[in-house]
Design a protein around this ligand. Structure first.
Ligand code: ZN
Length: 417
């Protein structure tokens, strides 16, 4: 990988990207304390042992195993709760390092590692009191750019994997694009896409991926572009190239990756009834038990059964929209009439109840009491930018576009954030 310095010296615009990106997209960098995990490892004056927390492990069990007294265990648990807000350990996630001056000496320091970016150190003072402090690990964040193309018989997911986009980032991109695109009908061979996202490094080693900063997809109905942007009030969101909110109040396809098996139509031959009848929604194929997320935030106004829809849920959203989800095998726990649900919250599970030939989700959007085509209806954005934010956004977008232009010519470069 070529260092961003090369980009910076070769192009002033990218320097602006860097500065703006730091200002606008990053948070909490100032909180980072300069410290590397690696610096401690390899120091030969200390003896260290690392324990990965397993299911069934508790702090007291692990401490007692290391030779702590019951009194010490109580004191340590107390400071961890009050100073680091740690009350329990997470199996297969948290690690604990025990440090001794010699292998046979008692533990002088406990380091709890709940994430690659945070460590909690517990030490004993000379007068025998336990104290703890939290250490943030220095994070070196780089923006990398990947481009891909849909090939014949491809899915967006396969093309994305081939482009080297990590699965987690791809899932996020999928979620973002699902507001704008219908992956069944809008994805064709020859279409290109690109993603700018963060990679986090520590001590020169890649630790994890960060956030998606920008996405572009050449869709059939025009290019879809989205940029992550931080507003003056500190809130971040995704916006299209004109600064309009890219996150819509409703999703066209509630279940990611589900194929459309029957589209919205005012007349179609009903597969069970046999005669021609309007199909007031879209059918998505999915296996029984697949969670059905709410397409948008709202209030459950129906959770019921009828012959046609089988088990169904209807949600009223802000404004004039309602959505309906039919043929569920079962409802999600706690989802009853009157429940407020969040966008993406599971409301039930795919099934084949009612007039249905196989497991699928039948999804309807009702606007002002009238059924509309979920795949084509123009949906309102959750939030647009105010005047000042918008001006800043347009500036930011321009430098980001120019930065991506540079990165597209030099795929091994990255932007140091
Ligand atoms: Zn249907």
């Amino acid at each position: 990988m070529k260092k961003a310095k090369d980009i910076l010296t070769s192009n002033n615009v990218v320097r602006a990207v860097l500065v703006l990106a730091v200002w606008l997209t990053l948070i909490a960098v100032a909180l980072v304390v300069s410290r590397h995990v690696k610096d401690e490892v390899g120091s030969d004056s200390e003896y260290k042992s690392l324990v990965v927390v397993e299911s069934g492990d508790t702090l007291s069990k692990l401490l007692l195993e290391q030779g702590f007294t019951n009194n010490d265990v109580l004191q340590i648990a107390k400071v961890l709760k009050s100073d680091a807000d740690i009350t329990s350990l997470r199996a297969d996630n948290d690690k604990i390092e025990f440090v001794r001056s010699e292998e046979t000496e008692p533990v002088s320091k406990i380091v709890i590692i709940p994430s690659p970016w945070r460590q909690v150190e517990v030490t004993c003072t000379e007068n025998g009191e336990w104290q703890c402090k939290t250490v943030d690990i220095e994070r070196d964040t780089r923006a990398v750019y990947k481009t891909g193309e849909i090939l014949d018989g491809d899915s967006f997911y396969l093309a994305g994997m081939r482009a080297g986009i990590p699965a987690g980032i791809l899932a996020e991109v999928y979620d973002l694009l699902a507001f704008e695109m219908d992956f069944e009908r809008d994805v064709r061979a020859g279409q290109k896409f690109s993603v700018l996202y963060e990679e986090n490094f520590s001590g020169g080693e890649k630790i994890d991926n960060g956030r998606v900063l920008a996405v572009e997809f050449e869709a059939l109905r025009g290019n879809v572009k989205m940029y992550r942007f931080k507003k003056a009030d500190g809130k971040t969101g995704y916006y299209d190239e004109n600064g309009n909110g890219a996150i819509k109040s409703l999703k066209r396809t509630p279940i990611n990756n589900a194929k459309v098996t029957s589209s919205f139509s005012n007349s179609r031959k009903h597969p069970v009834l046999g005669y021609t009848r309007a199909h007031k929604g879209v059918d998505f194929r999915a296996s029984t038990g697949t969670p059905i997320p709410a397409a948008g935030a709202g209030r459950v106004v129906a959770r019921s059964y009828n012959k046609g829809h089988g088990n169904y849920v209807k949600i009223r959203h802000n404004g004039s929209y309602e959505t309906l989800y039919a043929h569920m095998s079962r409802f999600a726990k706690g989802v009853v009439v009157g429940t407020n649900v969040k966008q993406g919250q599971t409301i039930g599970y795919v099934g084949s109840t009612g007039l249905s030939t196989g497991p699928h989700l039948h999804y309807e959007i009702i606007k002002d009491g009238k059924h509309v085509n979920p795949l084509t209806v123009k949906l309102p954005a959750i939030s647009n930018l105010g005047k000042e934010d918008k001006e800043k956004f347009l500036e930011y977008r321009k430098v980001l576009d120019e930065g991506m232009e540079q990165l597209s010519k030099h795929p091994d470069w990255f932007i140091q954030l």
